[in-house]
Design a protein around this ligand. Sequence first.
Ligand SMILES: CC(C)(COP(=O)(O)OP(=O)(O)OC[C@H]1O[C@@H](n2cnc3c(N)ncnc32)[C@H](O)[C@@H]1OP(=O)(O)O)[C@@H](O)C(=O)NCCC(=O)NCCS
Length: 158
Amino acid sequence: MTYAIRPMTGDDWAAVIAVAGSLAGWFSETGVASIRVDVRHQEGFVATDRGEIVGFLTIGACRDEDVDRATTGEIWGIYLAPSYWRKGIGRFLCGQAEKMLASRGFSVATLWVLEKNVQGRRFYEAMGFAADGVTKEIDLGARLVAVRYSKRLHTEEG
Ligand SMILES: CC(C)(COP(=O)(O)OP(=O)(O)OC[C@H]1O[C@@H](n2cnc3c(N)ncnc32)[C@H](O)[C@@H]1OP(=O)(O)O)[C@@H](O)C(=O)NCCC(=O)NCCS
């Protein structure tokens, strides 16, 4: 394994923007700008391959009002540059995200993924997440449907 994860720093910002920019169609210009705002409210991590930033991960408390926020964390996003897809890096980042959320006291992890993002949905399903039946409309220039997934985390209490 040549890839690793470490906390995102201000110096990583240009590389994170480059990863977001490589995901044509995923981020509008305003979407890219919003990552910076999001990182202020979340913990950000970068995935590196031989020191080069190839993706990023953001986690935090769940942003939804219909869950117990004391026990529910959220994977806000996992994004990899396309040339690094399907090499197991997403699986590695998701596992790290689950461990970090569990270590912060959360027993459940949720995430939102666009309904039409079949690749993302298959990925999270392969990671053991299941749609919990909650959907919402979000405005990313066009109004799109997002689907919530959740998973019980392995905690020391079991
Ligand atoms: C979704 C994403 C994070 C997955 O990361 P990845 O490193 O490509 O995924 P992995 O190689 O770890 O795949 C793990 C498993 O997920 C499933 N999976 C991943 N990509 C898939 C695809 N395109 N179609 C079907 N299943 C897929 C497979 O079961 C895979 O296991 P396998 O390769 O042994 O068959 C990555 O494709 C990505 O950054 N996509 C763009 C951004 C995005 O949609 N993020 C999710 C919403 S926040």
